[in-house]
Structure formats: structure tokens, C-alpha cells
Design a protein around this ligand. Sequence first.
Ligand code: NAG
Ligand code: NAG
Ligand code: CU
Length: 574
Amino acid sequence: MLRTSFLLASLGVVCRAATVNYNWDITWVNAAPDGYSRPVIGINGAWPGPKIEANVGDTINVRVTNRLGNETTGIHWHGMYQTGSGTMDGPVRVGQCPIFPGDNFVYTFTANPAGSFWYHSHDSGQYPDGLRGPMVIHDPVAEARLNFTKEYTMTVSDWYHQQMPAQVHYYLSPQNTIDHDGAEPIPDATLINDKMTETFQIQPGKRYLIRIISMSALAAHYVKFDGHQMQVVAVDGVQVHSAPTDTILISAAQRYDVIITGLADPQKKNYAFVASFDPDMFDYVPTTLNMNNDGILQYDPTFAKPAPIRQDTFTGVLDDITLVPYDNQAIFGTPDQTITLNAQFKDYAVGSRAQLGSTPYIGQKVPTIFTAMTTGSDAENPIVYGETVNPYVLKQGQVIQIVLNNIDGGGHPFHLHGHNFQVLSRTTTQPWDGNTAVFPQKPMRRDTVKVPGGGSIVLRFVANNPGVFLFHCHIEWHVESGLSVTFIEAPLQLQKIFPQGVLGLQRGMCKKNKVPTDGNCAGNTKTPLDTSQCVQPLAFDPNPWGALINPPSARRSKRRARDALRARSPIEGS
Ligand SMILES: *[C@@H]1O[C@H](CO)[C@@H](O)[C@H](O)[C@H]1NC(C)=O
Ligand SMILES: *[C@@H]1O[C@H](CO)[C@@H](O)[C@H](O)[C@H]1NC(C)=O
Ligand SMILES: [Cu+2]
């Protein structure tokens, strides 16, 4: 209560905060969004799941009961800061133990910041099986300024016919290395709002806010509205000075809030819009794959249906790095700590794996946040977390700079939990050259940024949010193959601010399911620096899921430049 009022005061919000409650049973249901019926993970017997809506500063409670019977779960509230509520962030084995079948857990967190977000399972590559949905946190002041008549939510996603457990099993297997050079399964459809044709009602001269939210597992989408320019007003919950564009390219987990204005004279026509797959990450483009999902801006149902937008290449695509935040926040000063990360894929006997830190990410026996909470002053020593979680300890209040070089040929969207970050530089063909003179003075901020194939990105943020936060590629396949590192942010402060009651609840749930919650990565409370019993690097589970249903036939990989780049010598870390 005290914490909430303090937060509201610091946000300058005058209206009183409400509590928004959701009660979710996570269940299997059948759905056929593209005409192909399959089991999907629904909420309260329905799919797609509900949209979460609240005002900034509200308390959101979501009681999640796992009624799947045969899978664990855990839900991440993508983009929420989770200040002082670290075990509510959701990633399993990082911020909590899994919610086992039959168990329930109440996520309680403050709706902060405002903007367009989404929720999704953060357990075992599960969200592409349907457990994801939009989340909108309203800021009445910002929305009044934008002066729109109505808002629409527009989720874009890729969709698979096969279930994730079998696909992840195949993707990580040596067979996939042989068949496809470790390539990702190609989706079967692209969805807008979890269906094939979405219609937005539009009136001449009126302004509409469209919250474009990518819930993709793999593919980025080009989004374009025929005859209507977009004004980009926010990215990933960060308001920006309005910027016009004809086309956006939205990667997995990113969000763009755009204003479109109804034409004064629509000339007795309705207008098409499209979400079109960017094939960058596709091993090949199947001839049967419909790359487009067509929507309609409808002025009048009696006007003719528009011809769909069909483009092989999209031009006039917004470069997000040119955006300027509405609050004009200045570039954070000289970094106190620079973390250099190289994103790369390697083939092992068990199959292809990815790594961002010193090893492919593999979760430890003790969820990382519990190690941070229970190892006293040793929590500041990265050793206690286990090498396989790629732990980086951040000091309270320091300016952290991330330099990420992408050794892979594909573009990857990197996401930081618990923060948004300033984006200072992006190169498309080479590692960062160290030139800080080109950094913008009021850099764009967001929480998920695309790093081009073979290129680099430089980010800064302030370690002002004690907690345990993942930094990872948001392509779900790459999460499973290990493209993650863990930031343990101000662990001693975390130990002080974290509510013991909440910790107790979590502990109870873990203990019941025999997940240790105390001590180092192996649950060693006596000698936390002894990590010999922890999961060691390259301890891959070669068979994380069951057998594959209908394995894709072997075909020659048409892998792009990735092979060539992989052969290139790795860039030295700092
Ligand atoms: C769990 O059960 C559902 C519903 O019967 C099924 O479709 C799914 O494949 C099962 N998952 C696993 C991992 O066995
Ligand atoms: C708000 O938008 C409407 C168009 O929908 C416009 O007519 C009006 O002038 C705008 N108001 C302000 C204060 O900008
Ligand atoms: Cu990736």
C-alpha cells in the first residue's frame, strides 16, 4: 500500500489507483485461427486469451491456475518494470519455479509503465502454443494529448500447426543440424488478432490509435496501411515525438503505437492493410505459405472490398533509431560497466545451440532470484548463480552499457526484462567500432531491439531496479537453444526491499514440487561458492520433450549467409 502510493507520487499521477483482478484457469482448447484445428493453450476455456487492461499505477492481480495436466507454466508481463516485485516477472527458473499442474500462483504487480504490452508464457518454449495475449496500460494524460476517437489493438503473430514440445525437440536435435543446418521451423500462417481478416471501422477526418503488438515466435512482419500514413507515437511503451512512416518492420515482441487519420474523402472506397512476413529467418519459403495477412480499413460496408497489398519488397521502412522520446531524456553518461556480448550459434553432438554469454544458457536447479535472495553478501559474486545462466551482477545506480555483436547472419530481437534501454548505435555489417561521437543526444528507448545479421547494437540503461532480469533474443526457438544471459541487479538492495510474504508464497509452491529455493545454483547453503554440484556448461538435455509427430522431411538447407558468418572468427569479448 505504502509502496503503491509512493510510486504514484513519483509518477505524478493524481487519480486514485485501482486494483484489477483476473482469475485464469489455463486449459487446453481447440482452435483453428487459419482453418486448421489444433489443441492450443487457452484461458478459462477460450482462445485467444483476454486482453489485460489497467491504468498506470493500478495493481494487477492475476490468479493463474495450471489446469493443463501435462505441462508446467509461468507467465511474463512483457515490458512491466516489476519494481520491488521480482518474483512476479514470470520466467521459469529465473524469477520463479514453474507452476505445476494443479497448482496456482497469484501474480501481483504495479501497472508501470504505460503503453502497449503483452503477456506470454515464459516456460519451455510454450507461448507459440497459444498462451499469449495483449496487455494495455492506459495513461489518460498521454492519451488525451494524442486526441484520438477510438483505439484498436492489432496483434501480429506467426502460427504453427505442430505443437511446440515436439517442434522444440526436433529443432534442438542433431537430426535438425543434418536436415536444416539447425534452422528454425517455418510457421504455417500469419495472424492478425489471432484470425485471418481483421476489419477496423474508420470515419473521415477522425484519428485512431492502433496498438501494433508482435506476439511472434520467429518472424518479423512488415505492416502497411494503403493510402494512410502512420504517425508513430510510441514504441514498446515509450512515447516518442510523432514520426511519419508508410511501413514499419516489427520484430517478435516489439510494439508500435501509431495514429492513422481517416481520409477526408475516402472516394467511396475501403482500404487494405497488411502484415507481411519478413522471410529473413526462414530457412526457405514454402510455396504453399501465405506470407500475408490482409486487413480492411472500412469506411462503409457498402463500399467495395479493397484489393490486397502485395509487395515483394517493402520500402520507406521506419528506422526506429531515428525516433526521439517524448520526454527528451538525455543520453546516460559514461558507462560504469560495459558488457560485451557476442550472439552466435554452434553445432554440438546434441544439435545446434546458441550463446550470448560464455555458454549456451541452461537453467540451474535453484531459480536465480532465490539464489540472489538467500546467499547474503555472496549474492554479489556471479559464481554462486552457476556459469550456465551467464550471470552478470550489476551495481545499484550504475550506468550499464551493452555492446552486442551479432556473429549470426540472421537479425535477432533482443529483449531486456525490467527495463527499457537507450539505443545508441546500430551497425548492419560489422561489429561496433567504438565510436561514441555518433551517439544521439536524446536516444530512442525501447525494451526489444533488432540487431541486424552480422551487425551490432550499443545500449545503455541505469541499474535502478533491484531484481533478476533476463536479457535474451525473443525468438522463442533461440530462447530454447540458449541465447540468454542473466542480469542480477543490485542483489543486496533486492534482499532488503523484497516482501518476505511474497517470497514465502513462492517458496511454498517450489518446495511442494521439490524445487530447492535456498543457496547457490545447486541449493548449497553452507558453501555457496562451491558450485561443483551445479549444472555445468554443455550439460544439454538432448531430449527435453517427447517424440516428434510428423517429422519434416529432410531437404537441402537454403540457409542464407549464416553459414559464411559462422565460419568467420568470433569477435573478442572485452
Ligand atoms: C498435453 O495434452 C494436450 C491435450 O490433450 C495435448 O494436445 C498435448 O500434446 C500434450 N502435451 C504434451 C507435452 O504431451
Ligand atoms: C482533435 O482531433 C480532431 C479530429 O479527430 C480535430 O478536429 C481537432 O481539432 C483535434 N483537437 C485538438 C485539440 O488538436
Ligand atoms: Cu534470435
